[in-house]
Design a protein around this ligand. Sequence first.
Ligand code: SF4
Length: 352
Amino acid sequence: MDFNRIITEWYRINKRDLPWRKTRNPYFIWVSEIILQQTRVEQGLSYYLRFVDTFPDVSALAKASEQQVLEVWKGLGYYSRARNMHFTAKQVIQEFNGVFPSSFQTLITLKGIGQYTAAAIASICSDEAEPVVDGNVVRVFSRIFGFESPVGSTKIFKGVREKSKSFITDTDPGTYNQAVMEFGALFCKPKNPECERCIFKNECYAFKNNLVDKLPLPKTDKPKRDRWLNYLVIVTSEGMVMHQRGIKDIWASLWEFPLLESDRLITVNELIEWSLNEELLPTEIEIVQFEKDFQHILTHQRIFARFFIALPKQEVILQASAKWTIIHKDSISDLPVSRLIDKFIADSSIID
Ligand code: SF4
């Protein structure tokens, strides 16, 4: 089967019209590829447009502060992607004279760029015959060619990469790579693939063997770790008490309210005891538990969160300390925060 020719012809007719498909500039391709990791095209598109509008080239990105980069990224999650991009932009200015590399061997040495992203950029921008292997490619190849190793295993990655390498050529390898991914996204979808009108129906291993809903084999997941976060939201006319998270845990460097992490969600009395120990509150204060708790799922963790709101009975002057910062209510929407904090702020209408 002339897989390359068939799938690239399909792509030319069926591909979606997306801004990063109109350029071979490695900076723009890099931005789009990083944004689209773990993000659907529909959601990623507006972020891509905002990102390249704010940072139109690698030099603009390198000159920005980390806070500015995180602000543009806000809501997209997986903030380490944004931090790595910022780091890489500065590296490109210092080590590559501001010219974004487009060869696989150089790209793979940059922070945040793995085999997939390096292959995507090199094939699209430099016509290097490097096959990409992402979730879409694994699904398409598992079904058509009958790979039966679990998703995420080294075996399936190597097998699919080798097979795809046998099809990719120096002639427009970027189109071939994008064609396989687009076919997986639009046609050979995880659920309800379009088998009846599929161009590979006669050759497809999964279709012929009634295995479409079995392939690819699911990955064997590690159990998620449970965590219980208890937040204290202190509201005064001056602002709200917040702090910036450290860099070695989830939501690195993002802002949040004072937090007590424990082995369960705690009561108001336990929260008061903790906040007095932390010298967070004057004694004259009323604390109420927010009407609902939150559950937030991350890749390897399940977060249970409870929010308590402290309303001083009389006006109190809160003192900022090395640990806590007082943020004026008007400025909170400019701070990069996790999706969990964002959701609480929206649900509680705490910032009018
Ligand atoms: S026949 Fe179905 S499972 Fe096979 S490639 Fe086509 S859409 Fe995918």
